[in-house]
Design a protein around this ligand. Sequence first.
Ligand SMILES: Nc1nc2c(ncn2[C@@H]2O[C@H](COP(=O)(O)OP(=O)(O)OP(=O)(O)O)[C@@H](O)[C@H]2O)c(=O)[nH]1
Ligand SMILES: [Mg+2]
Length: 493
Amino acid sequence: MPIALAVSTLLAVAFDYRALAIAVAILIALAIVVAFVIRARVRRKAPPELPPSEARPGARIEELPPVEVVLPAERLARRDRAKDDVAAAQAALEAAEARAAGTPQARADVERRRRDLADAQRRLDYEARKVSEAEEKARREAQAQALARREQAEREARQAEEARARTAQEAQRTKLAEAEAGRTLAEGLAKTRGGFVARLNALLGTSKALDDSMLAELEEILFSADVGVHTATHLLESVRERLARRELTDPSKVKAALREEIERILSLGTGGPASEAGHGGLPDLPPGAAPPQVVMVVGVNGTGKTTTVGKLAARLGQAGKSVLLGAGDTFRAAAGEQLDVWADRAHVPIVRGKDGSDPGAVLFDAVARAKVEQIGAVLCDTAGRLHTKAGLMDELKRIERTLEKAHGGAPHEVLLVVDATTGQNAIAQARQFNDALGVTGIVLTKLDGTAKGGVIIGICDELKIPIRYVGIGEKISDLKPFDPHEFVEALFS
Ligand SMILES: Nc1nc2c(ncn2[C@@H]2O[C@H](COP(=O)(O)OP(=O)(O)OP(=O)(O)O)[C@@H](O)[C@H]2O)c(=O)[nH]1
Ligand SMILES: [Mg+2]
């Protein structure tokens, strides 16, 4: 319009054809108005752009369950109305064509009806598309819901299955524990009780008079009781002193005095609170020390180190402590596998290295892992060695230093495992290991298999190192925290 006006004005100024310029301007303006009207009409009737149909991302068609789809009634009604409109427009067109008499007015009427029919058809296409899109969307949603319901049901079934498996496992474990229920301390000490203790009972359980021959026999029993010469002398002296003070008037009193003295000796070095209900067992970490508690298990070949590590892991685990095993015996072939089996039985993790690898490095890794995973205790198995071989003892010292590097203050416990069946040799071993490493506790194993259990009295008397546990069998529960009173009761009962 402004362009038309400008053109006519220019023409008028240039040629002074005023009337011509005005007419041209009016014609141009009219053409523009008509163009606008037509465009507006077309736009009003054109179906709007449709959004792309939605698809549920991630869902695979084959995993979607079949569903029934319910469409909104209003959407269907609109499509049906559009269908009716098409039919009506079609009928109107046909009527107009039939009426057409060749007049321009009739032709214009037919043209108009054709346009109406095209519009109605477009509208129907649009509504039909909307219906199928709505159908697709509703189907997807219903499928998604059905899928979610199915997944939920599967999840619940899985959880129920896991719970059933757990219960079965628990039952299995209980059965295993029952089957493995070790012997009592009294049963474990049966052989020792049948040895020197039985002889003591036979001698001192009589109503015979206390005379020199009885004392001579007592001396003979004590000296052959594997308690060691030093301790046997000590026990005899204590009896003689009390006899001299006339405190012991009959054999039963001598027996009671001996029991008392043995319990006193066994209590030496056991001072300080221990983690297992106050008697025996592994002591708690010193105040202020950060976990993990690192326990290094040492001893000569075959004393029961690996077995003790496994049994101890099970004990600590049952007491609620998290435990990790370090397979520091990389020397003996299959030592790692042996500890693996114990880790399985005790349900604790294990860090192993290759056979022949550096034991210090394996144990360093074990402690590092325990720190990262906040595990309460690391039990480090080591290769058995002769206490008389300096080179082998030096290797243990190196491992001890490595543990200290891995965790300040470690090892918190150096447990020496000694085999009770070796009798007096156990005392010699304990002395050598203590000199090299500073042993903090002793585990006396295989008490069940020997009458030489008296050695425990000699170890306590000579070395003053606390006995932490006693091993009384090969089963997982055959490791008992050492309680002097309980021990003496079991020995003399
Ligand atoms: N009867 C009995 N046997 C035990 C006891 N403790 C360990 N044993 C057995 O002693 C044998 C040796 O045990 P290990 O744990 O392999 O001994 P180790 O000290 O690790 O041996 P090395 O690694 O070769 O030095 C195994 O047959 C154990 O079952 C116990 O308290 N009583
Ligand atoms: Mg071993």
